[in-house]
Design a protein around this ligand. Structure first.
Ligand SMILES: Cc1cccc2c(=O)nc(N)[nH]c12
Ligand SMILES: [Zn+2]
Length: 370
């Protein structure tokens, strides 16, 4: 995997992340495809909007249909019909946020499936074994995502576990010699000293890229911003920096300003399915009665398929009827809004205009995300 920085503008940077399945222009947004699908979209629609990489989840695919099944079929790219790069999260976060009856020991995590209550155990080695079977291009280490709030001594113990697990993931991966990449994850809660300690430990082990985990888990925005501001410049400059689970585009703008390259979040897709749409005029809740007879496009400044072909009246009608097409048309638009924002942001950085871009867009983003 090659990471080539093209242009810097302050701490913000544009780069090319070159994988064997294609190039990713960063800063990049990764639509979330938890069960192997970006919900309501075909892979072609996601690619035609302009996305180059999607995220999928080890935890979900391990539980259903099973990583061996996917391996038998020919790997995750064949299974989901996405030929571009795929990043898989390791399951640590999903076990913490979805599974029940978790028991965390130094060996790994025992949990009951959120699907059928069956008992499972995932160790760091197993988390890598599963991702190797899936064949994703970028794998994540198995970490303990520290909940918020958490006592400092709990976080101190937890970053030691995350470090030990990261070492075990790398050792196991190195014995397999696949041509996949492995990213480390920095934890440490909202404690600056523990964040720096975790960063040093994870960077010392050495990975193809580094993620900031343990944020967007309910902590106050000012804590998230402080951690991103303090930790990001300390992360290796020549490797991709990934802020997990973020986020709304105000948070994205702040993180890019401090040097983050990669993002994933269910924000555009989940909100679309609930009828909450992001537009150049601000957030729209399409179910509102004011749109019942509105023959105008969702967003006059958007040229996505939805905005070019349908009226607000029809989008509201579809939503009120709970039609499947409602989810599809809304998702197309929100993903397009995010994708175009990232494209414009990359251009602004490339042209040394990031601060102007931020000034121009913050008022629009405030009307969508605050
Ligand atoms: C997806 C995601 C969001 C937010 C946080 C995390 C995290 O801490 N660790 C992992 N592995 N994934 C995360
Ligand atoms: Zn649109």
């Amino acid at each position: 995997m090659q990471f080539k920085i093209l242009k810097k503008d302050g701490f913000a940077r544009t780069a090319l992340l070159e994988t064997k399945r294609g190039v990713i222009h960063t800063p990049a947004f990764m639509p979330v495809g938890t069960n192997g699908t970006v919900k309501a979209m075909t892979p072609e629609e996601v690619r035609d909007i302009g996305y180059e990489i999607i995220l999928s989840n080890t935890y979900h695919l391990y539980l259903r249909p099973g990583h061996e099944t996917i391996k038998e079929i020919g790997g995750i790219h064949r299974f989901i019909n996405w030929q571009g790069p795929i990043l898989t999260d390791s399951g640590g976060f999903q076990i913490y946020s979805l599974a029940s009856l978790r028991k965390i020991t130094s060996e790994g995590v025992e949990f009951r499936s959120h699907i059928d209550g069956s008992l499972h155990f995932i160790s760091p080695e197993r988390a890598i074994e599963i991702q190797i079977a899936l064949g994703s291009d970028i794998m994540m280490v198995f970490d303990e995502c520290v909940p918020y709030p958490a006592e400092k001594q709990y976080v101190e113990k937890s970053i030691k576990l995350t470090k030990d697990w990261a070492e075990r993931c790398k050792n196991y991966f190195e014995k397999q010699r696949t041509n996949q990449s492995l990213f480390g994850i920095i934890q440490g809660g909202v404690y600056d000293d523990l964040r720096e300690k975790s960063l040093e430990e994870i960077v010392k082990i050495g990975f193809d890229g580094y993620a900031i985990g343990g944020l967007s888990v309910g902590e106050p925005k000012e804590d998230m911003y402080r951690v991103v501001k303090n930790v990001t410049p300390l992360m290796p400059e020549d490797k991709p920096r990934y802020l997990m689970g973020v986020g709304d585009l105000i948070d994205v703008l702040h993180a890019v300003e401090h040097g983050i390259d990669m993002f994933d979040c269910v924000m555009p897709t989940r909100n679309a399915r609930n009828g909450t749409l992001f537009t150049s005029r601000g957030r729209i809740s399409i179910k509102r009665s004011e749109f019942k007879d509105d023959s105008t496009a969702l967003d006059p400044e958007c040229d996505c398929y939805t905005c070019r072909n349908y009226t607000k009246a029809f989008l509201r009608h579809l939503y009120m009827c709970r039609e499947i097409l409602s989810m599809r048309l809304n998702t197309i638009h929100n993903l397009y809004f995010y994708c175009k924002f990232f494209e414009k942001m990359r251009t602004a950085i490339a042209e040394g205009r990031f601060q102007d871009f931020k000034k121009e867009w913050l008022p629009v983003l405030e009307k969508n995300f605050s």
